[in-house]
Design a protein around this ligand. Structure first.
Ligand SMILES: Nc1ncnc2c1ncn2[C@@H]1O[C@H](COP(=O)(O)OP(=O)(O)O)[C@@H](O)[C@H]1O
Ligand SMILES: [Mg+2]
Length: 469
């Protein structure tokens, strides 16, 4: 199914604007290049168990009419937070956000949002879900219905008007998400990882249709801000990529203009080069010398639970990567490897970070190279690999902390809550869960400790006799 790019959206735009007397949106259509959104010196910190958690710092950003801006960064770099600040859904801790020159005091009247998780109301039909945005703006029922039908049509949902969300596939649900945002004809469409909950083909199809609509000049908004962790998606869609760096908190690392002709050809050399370029910026890998993880890696003797978070990689996942590198003779170019596998580089970053953290890989020129330990780990049989892994994992502070807390008396039990509380000083509750889940996977595999999920208790593994250093 294709978006109906042929409809006279300009005509409907006027009609809908006329139907929005309550909307504070200025009636004039912003000319190309007009600054629609601007943040100046924006910082944001969340309240954590142990004081403020800084998330964003010193963000100066402009979004102009006529452009698609991608906010690109690893998970946790503050992309969603920045998007929510720009949309006026949450206030910045300091600094300002303006819409067409006017500082925001609440929800941004010029934006509408598409979420990764669709966020549809299950008890409402497609049409009623789409109408929600207009209802909030005080549009009368008949005009609401008409505008909703137009948006539904535009986005390729005709025929589904009276369906309920549960009857729809993921791709169709996200179309409802788009229709609901587009129906209010915001100046800026905000999208928070709108394709990441969809399967690869559906995502690609939806991206393609959206870009077709944008290129046709009939898109009912004047600018798009796209949050993504997917480099290729950013290069495919954006005119400008704003790369956010993570630790210690989100800042703009660099901005990259993408001037490739549209529609863009993923298979072209120029596309590849840009992906590679952005990848290096995103991973903090200064020219040819570093791989992801390295820049954030703390010296072994300075590692703490706070400064050395575990990447979200299972032992299976990181072993799989180690074995692939081993099969390629112990070294490979990560970009080539992910290409061969048909993956995005981003998909592999946690595993790359994990191998780095465990000392199983190092950098040589532009390649990921197995260390001696890494080679031994990849080549070993299961029992040997567990021993090698255990030694390496004990250099990871959280694994060591859990292990050491259990040493002493045999049969000691420690509740997960104990570690949860300790971690809460440095991480959000979501991150705490993630940290514990990964540490548990690693420690169990290494046979350093066992974990019983029902009472949430850790216990020394019978075979782990000697104290961890
Ligand atoms: N409501 C919240 N309260 C506390 N911390 C939060 C909240 N939302 C996000 N965070 C934290 O802020 C950081 C950035 O989150 P987020 O903006 O969602 O990043 P991204 O979208 O790039 O993954 C993360 O460490 C996250 O755990
Ligand atoms: Mg996010």
């Amino acid at each position: 199914m294709r978006f109906k790019a042929l409809r006279g959206l300009r005509a409907t735009r006027t009609a809908t604007r006329a139907a929005l007397p309550a909307s504070p949106t200025p009636a004039s259509r912003p000319a190309d290049g007009e600054v629609l959104l601007e943040s100046v010196g924006l910082t944001k910190a969340y309240a954590g168990a142990d004081g403020e958690l800084p998330v964003l710092s010193g963000i100066d950003l402009k979004v102009r009419a006529g452009e698609i801006v991608a906010l690109l960064g690893k998970s946790g770099s503050g992309k969603s937070t920045l998007l929510r600040c720009l949309a006026g859904l949450i206030p910045p801790s300091s600094g300002t956000v303006s819409y067409r020159g006017t500082p925001l005091t609440g929800a941004n009247p010029g934006t509408a949002m598409v979420f990764q998780t669709f966020a549809l109301l299950p008890w409402l039909t497609v049409r009623q879900n789409v109408e929600l945005g207009l209802e909030a703006r005080g549009v009368r029922p008949r005009e609401r219905a008409e505008a909703a039908v137009r948006a539904i049509d535009l986005i390729g949902l005709d025929g589904f008007e009276s369906a309920y969300p549960k009857e729809l596939s993921g791709g169709m649900r996200q179309r409802v998400g788009f229709a609901r945002a587009l129906v209010v004809e915001p100046d800026v469409l905000m999208m928070d990882e709108p394709f990441s909950a969809l399967d690869v083909l559906t995502a690609e199809n939806l991206r393609g249709e959206l870009m077709e609509l944008w290129d046709s000049g009939q898109f009912p908004t004047r600018a798009v801000v796209l949050v993504t962790h997917n480099i290729e998606e950013a290069v495919l869609m954006a005119d400008r990529i704003v790369v956010l760096g993570a630790r210690p908190y989100g800042t703009i690392r660099e901005t990259v203009e993408i001037t490739l002709d549209r529609p863009r050809d993923r298979d072209s050399a120029a596309f590849d080069e840009l992906v590679d370029h952005v990848y290096r910026i995103m991973t903090g890998r200064p020219k040819e010398t570093r791989l992801p993880g390295r820049s954030d890696t703390v010296q072994l003797d300075k590692r703490t639970v706070a400064n050395t978070p575990l990447p979200t990689a299972t032992v299976d996942g990181l072993s799989g990567l180690a074995e692939m590198i081993a099969r390629r003779g112990g070294r490979c170019d990560l970009a080539d490897l992910t290409d061969e596998l048909g993956l995005d580089i981003d998909d592999m970053l946690p595993q790359v970070d994990a191998l780095d953290l465990l000392g199983f890989t190092e950098i040589s020129g532009d390649d990921l190279l197995l260390t001696d330990t890494g080679t031994a780990f990849a080549d070993a049989d299961v029992q040997q690999s567990k021993t090698i892994f255990a030694r390496a994992a004990l250099d990871v502070p959280l694994v060591k902390l859990i292990t050491n807390s259990l040493r002493g008396r045999p049969g000691t039990l420690v509740r997960a809550g104990f570690f949860r509380d300790l971690l809460a000083h440095h991480y959000t509750s979501e991150q705490v869960d993630q940290q514990l889940e990964t540490a548990t996977d690693w420690g169990r595999y290494a046979e350093l400790f066992s974990y019983d999920a029902a009472p949430q208790e850790y216990r020394l593994d019978e075979s782990a006799a000697s104290p961890a250093h």
